[in-house]
Design a protein. Structure first.
Length: 98
């Protein structure tokens, strides 16, 4: 299994209502300095079974790849709480990997 396939397998495990960060996923994959590579994997993903929208930046902010407001709307639809300044409230919704 190559790195991208490992990323996709891990992201598929993130349940609705939870988020993970690029750096968190890199650490879970045993490559703590590979957060950018995780981002490249997310950008390259064309498989609708991979919930890419559940992966956010380290500060909880959404990424522009989905279009303005799309990722946030998708996450809010799953019950992810957001801070007043528009970041996912990771203290309450960060996926712990279980």
């Amino acid at each position: 299994m190559n790195f991208y396939q490992r990323v996709y397998a891990l992201v598929r495990r993130i349940p609705a209502g939870k988020c993970a960060t690029y750096g968190q996923l890199a650490l879970m994959l045993g490559n703590p300095r590979a957060s950018r590579a995780v981002g490249y994997a997310m950008r390259a993903c064309k498989d609708p079974s991979v919930p890419c929208h559940r992966v956010v930046r380290g500060d909880g902010s959404a990424v522009p790849a989905f279009g303005p407001g799309v990722q946030r709307a998708m996450l809010e639809g799953e019950g992810v709480p957001f801070t007043p300044d528009g970041r996912a409230e990771l203290a309450r919704c960060r996926w712990d990997g279980t």
